[in-house]
Design a protein around this ligand. Structure first.
Ligand SMILES: [Ca+2]
Ligand SMILES: [Ca+2]
Length: 327
């Protein structure tokens, strides 16, 4: 299982943390033809080797970053009306999207029933102004926009993974498999990731032990030794959103190397005509992914997120692409 893991003996320049894993480069089948249309078509992609954080960035780590830099997150800043033409003035306050189970659901397509833009919700107050992270040091940081994630990465001497890097790492060498751990969602009945059991969004059975986020090593790692690639929190990638993947290359020689996703100007939400915020690709699903609503607890799954948006179920992890030091 650990054949592909190179640890402490070969550390890249500039990386001081032990909490990264070397992912050898390779060619893999990216995407899936068996689920949502945005995951198709399956196509070959190649990535060079890179280091990736073993876990999502935790509250403990983000706290150190904020302490060192004084960084103020997007959720803590009152939005500028010029950036949001047509927005209601009473909605322009500092806050973030918090999952709030509704008393009933009329239409599962209307996510505003369970997402509330809550004043005072931010990374230190994940469930709103009266909540805190006092016992959540080892949980993933949430309520971070793409800019917040990138600022952390730069401070740490790292970067945000591309979608191809993220998906390659999440597969753990199990090329083309449905799940990051193999063919079966819960092998032998064991939960391999923090997802949602029961009928979303009204009934959370918590059979995996967690209603919301979980400590980042609570579930088994994949074959590369990476925790929480699937579930717990969605993770930012640096690629602009595209509604489908490119077609598979006709010949092996033409397989894209280190592909970088779509174009910024094609990433906008076509349903939002007055506000143009580009969108990045999120990967891995979260603790809110449920069989009846969002079966995105798979490496191929992807989701579009505006770069200024933060929520209680989105976090990130970082990569480093510098070569290794030869021992
Ligand atoms: Ca759960
Ligand atoms: Ca995750």
């Amino acid at each position: 299982m650990s054949r592909a893991i190179v640890e402490r003996s070969e550390r890249p320049l500039g990386v001081e943390s032990d909490n990264m894993v070397w992912i050898p480069g390779g060619t893999f089948r990216m995407g899936s033809n068996d689920h949502y249309p945005e995951e198709a078509p399956v196509h070959r992609a190649s990535v060079d080797g890179f280091w990736i954080d073993r876990t999502p960035v935790t509250n403990r780590q983000f706290k150190a970053f904020v302490k060192a830099t004084g960084h103020v997150t997007t959720a803590q800043i009152v939005p500028d009306v010029q950036d949001y033409p047509g927005a209601r003035p009473d909605m322009l306050y500092a806050g973030s999207l918090v999952f709030t189970p509704p008393p009933r659901v009329i239409d599962l397509r209307d996510w505003s029933q369970w997402w509330s833009f809550m004043k005072g919700a931010d990374w230190r107050h994940p469930c709103g102004p009266k909540s805190n992270i006092n016992v959540l040091d080892s949980h993933p940081v949430v309520h971070v926009s793409f800019g917040d994630a990138l600022a952390y990465a730069k401070w740490a001497g790292k970067d945000i993974p591309s979608e191809a890097e993220w998906e390659f790492a999440s597969r753990g060498g199990l090329d083309g498999e449905e799940f990051a751990w193999g063919k079966t969602f819960a092998p032998g009945g064991a939960h391999m990731a923090n997802t949602w059991q029961g009928k979303f969004p009204l009934q959370n059975l918590c059979e995996d032990g967690f209603e919301r986020t979980s400590p980042v090593t609570a579930f088994p790692p994949n074959s590369y030794g990476l925790y929480d690639m699937i579930g717990n929190v969605w993770e930012w990638t640096s690629d602009w959103w595209s509604t489908t993947h490119e077609a598979d290359a006709p010949k092996a020689c033409c397989v894209p190397v280190n592909p970088r996703g779509g174009r910024e100007d094609a990433s906008y939400d076509s349903c939002m005509t007055n506000i143009k915020i580009p969108r990045k690709v999120l990967k891995g699903g979260s603790h809110l992914c449920a069989p009846n609503y969002c079966r995105r607890y798979r490496p191929a799954a992807r989701h579009a997120e505006p770069i200024d948006t933060s929520t209680s179920h989105v976090g990130f992890r970082c990569v480093v692409r510098t070569p290794t030091i030869q021992p």
